[in-house]
Design a protein around this ligand. Structure first.
Ligand code: ZN
Ligand code: ZN
Length: 344
């Protein structure tokens, strides 16, 4: 059987080609993709490649998807043909040094799954076992596909340990920034969102941000954010969700004395930023990075989506067919709405 699938051949070169529908073995599952979602990571990969997601060329492409099981191996007992499912884009090995320390996202042998921009995808046994979930009939595929990025945000919120009386500042109003806004509001915190694109800041407001601050319209965003948080002391927690050296540095300046900064947005390899050591020491600033998700956070993310607690619908700025994928990526991430649903 043949199918259409997108393959990445190198920087700015991707093509939707006819290829074989993958064969599955005893412990694997074949999913007919209902919808996949574009993601900032895919745009990065499209332009410059990715060390983990595009190891061999041509590389399958896309990592956020949901669909229906059309066939399964004999040894797969927990699923049936016809199940509507969402699969994570990775699964940890379960027996390396980091897995033993329950830092599953840091697994030395994290198995990645790409190929979401296709008609079918084979789910490898390890993901079937650890990171494949049924979804309710009422949850559309394109919303379920957001489980992956939401899982990363849920993971990060877990590390931040936000309290209801606190103020959090989210730097970046992309899809993940908007997930942070929603989760922080649900925890009862006060939320300030810092960004540059007016439409995205308007979306942050819509999703519940108490205040939005535009770095383009404000002379001194640090002063502005401080005035809005804790009566001038500044936010208790800051999340960097833009992935740029300038915003990493900005985040360290935004946080209050004794506060915590979570670096969620990844910068290009080799990037260095500078740090005010005096403030970091004498003002006890806490910095930490958070990467990716774990099976626990992926399951939690699906529960939030299934229960309708997190809204994805307004983040999806339209649908495009798989055959038109190239046009979506040629335009680049800046000209593209938050997310686009790709329908095979
Ligand atoms: Zn993603
Ligand atoms: Zn491991």
């Amino acid at each position: 059987m043949k199918m259409q699938a997108a393959l990445w051949y190198g920087p700015e070169h991707m093509q939707v080609v006819e290829t074989d529908v993958p064969e599955i073995s005893d412990h694997e599952v074949l999913v007919k993709i209902g919808a996949s979602l574009t993601c900032g990571t895919d745009f990065k990969l499209f332009r410059r490649g990715h060390p983990m997601l595009a190891k061999n060329i041509p590389a399958p492409f896309g990592h956020e998807m949901a669909g229906t099981i059309v066939s399964l191996g004999q040894a797969v007992k927990n699923f049936r043909v016809g199940d509507r499912v969402v699969a994570a884009n990775s699964a940890p090995c379960g027996h390396c040094f980091y897995c033993h320390h329950e830092q599953f996202n840091l697994c030395e042998d994290l198995l990645f799954l790409t190929g979401a921009y296709a008609e079918y995808i084979k789910i490898p046994s390890r993901i079937v076992e650890k990171n494949l979930h049924r979804i309710p009939d009422a949850l559309p595929f394109q919303e379920a596909a957001a489980a992956e990025p939401l899982a990363c945000v849920v993971h990060c919120m877990d590390r931040i340990q936000l309290h209801a009386r606190e103020t959090i500042c989210i730097v970046g109003a992309g899809p993940c920034g908007l997930f942070f806004v929603q989760l922080a509001k649900q925890m009862g915190a006060k939320v300030i969102c810092v960004g540059r694109t007016p439409e995205k800041l308007a979306a942050a407001k819509q999703f519940g941000a108490d205040h939005v601050v535009s770095v383009l319209d404000t002379e001194d965003p640090v002063k502005e954010v401080h005035q809005l948080a804790n009566g001038g002391y500044g936010p208790d927690a800051v999340v960097e969700a833009a992935g740029m050296p300038e915003t990493w540095e900005l985040s360290t300046r935004l946080v209050r004395k004794g506060g915590r900064v979570c670096f969620y947005g990844g910068c290009a390899k080799g990037t260095q930023v500078s740090l005010d050591t005096h403030r970091t020491h004498y003002e006890e600033l806490n910095f930490f990075g958070v990467f990716h998700h774990t099976p626990f956070h992926f399951a939690k993310s699906i529960a939030l989506l299934s229960e309708g607690k997190i809204k994805v619908k307004n983040m999806i700025g339209g649908e495009r067919r798989l055959k038109d994928l190239n046009q979506v990526f040629q335009k680049g991430v800046k000209e593209t709405p938050l997310k686009i649903a790709i329908i095979p």
